[in-house]
Design a protein around this ligand. Structure first.
Ligand code: AP5
Ligand code: MG
Length: 314
């Protein structure tokens, strides 16, 4: 099955020169992805149980935040379709031009477009532990994903449903700031950046998402109930023989994170924790900055200030 890719709009704040640099940077990085991924260690070699996980939940439930925590702690890759669309939009690709209005209005892109967006990335996840955040989001996307994974003989192994009350989410969204190139998420009351308005890792400016306002948010929530929540019944049904469906409830990450961490550790004991110097970076296929750093480190053969990443990754 052949699919394809993309990015999003920024709003508010920031020295545009910096934002520009990091975005154009990402084009060359995405071209270099296959090289990078070819150097990665096969998850199958180390442990028969491979994490192939969906992070499922309402808009603002914490999918991006919790995926980033897992990816920071463990040897896992993540892929967020929302981040990818925001990148396409920022880069003014064909998909980006198509997506801009739809995303800003809180609607969903058509399934066939989304398949183009994720296809090549899905290929890149082969033989790795991975998390999909924001895909699939319709029953049609779910079935297409299943067919694709079946053709790879690599079925889903875990579906995590983050169950957070609507009123809790709305207040979070109004406090959210994002680092567009990487998708890193901050919240002014929950996890503030070290310097207000700037990303902790790159120092680049943070932005607000154009779909983070009460009116659009209520549309996104409606979309979730109309189109996305039926997927839960699909994953709970006998059709889905292999993936475990786990629902986690809580209002704060102090409640949800330990539950999620325990599920992953118990179900996939072979997943390795990252060594400390590497753990500072986020391993996301929608984080071109981190991927480029990693590729350079591998080319250099060794990192001067820590373990050799190529050893770690092979
Ligand atoms: P996407 O970017 O995926 O948006 P979403 O699903 O609406 O989810 P969010 O990213 O808003 O929330 P999140 O669950 O990641 O929460 P976060 O961790 O940021 O998609 C955007 C758009 O793209 C869609 O509307 C659609 O148009 C399009 N699209 C994407 N995928 C598509 C697909 N497959 N098909 C069709 N169209 C698609 O957390 C939210 C806030 O809460 C943050 O401020 C965070 O700091 C805070 N927070 C998180 N966890 C906690 C906690 N435990 N306690 C306190 N605060 C917390
Ligand atoms: Mg998100």
């Amino acid at each position: 099955m052949n699919f394809l890719f993309a990015r999003a709009p920024s709003i508010r704040i920031a020295p545009t020169a910096t934002a520009h640099r990091s975005i154009s940077h990402s084009v060359s990085v995405s071209k270099a992805l296959p090289f990078y991924l070819n150097t990665l260690r096969s998850a199958e070699q180390n442990d028969g149980k491979v994490l192939r996980m969906l992070m499922f939940g309402k808009p603002g439930a914490g999918k991006g935040t919790l995926s980033a925590r897992l990816v920071k702690k463990y040897d896992i890759l993540s892929l967020s379709t929302g981040d990818l669309l925001r990148q396409h939009i920022a880069e003014r690709t064909e998909i980006g031009r198509q997506a801009e209005e739809i995303v800003a209005q809180g609607s969903l892109l058509p399934d066939d477009v989304m398949l183009k967006v994720v296809a090549s990335k899905l290929e890149s996840l082969n033989n790795r532990h991975w998390i999909l955040d924001g895909f699939p989001r319709t029953l049609g996307q779910g079935k297409l994903l299943d067919a694709h994974l079946q053709s790879q003989n690599a079925p889903l192994s875990l579906v995590v449903n983050l169950d957070v009350a609507d009123n809790v989410i709305l207040s979070r969204i109004s406090d959210r700031w994002v680092h567009l190139p990487s998708g890193r998420v901050y919240n002014m009351s929950y996890n503030r950046p070290k310097v207000d308005g700037f990303d902790d890792e790159t120092g680049e400016p943070l932005t607000r998402r154009p779909d983070d306002n009460p009116e659009i948010f209520s549309r996104r929530l409606k979309q979730f109930y109309d189109s996305t929540s039926p997927l839960l019944a699909y994953y709970a049904s006998p059709v889905n023989k292999l993936a475990r469906l786990v629902t986690l409830q809580g209002e704060t990450s102090d409640e949800i994170w330990p539950q999620l961490d325990a599920v992953v550790r118990r179900s996939f004991p072979g997943i390795r924790e990252r060594v400390s110097s590497i753990s500072q970076r986020r391993y996301s296929l929608s984080d071109p900055f981190a991927m480029e750093q990693e590729k350079r480190a591998i080319k250099r053969g060794a990192a001067s200030d820590g373990p050799n990443p190529s050893k770690f990754l092979n």
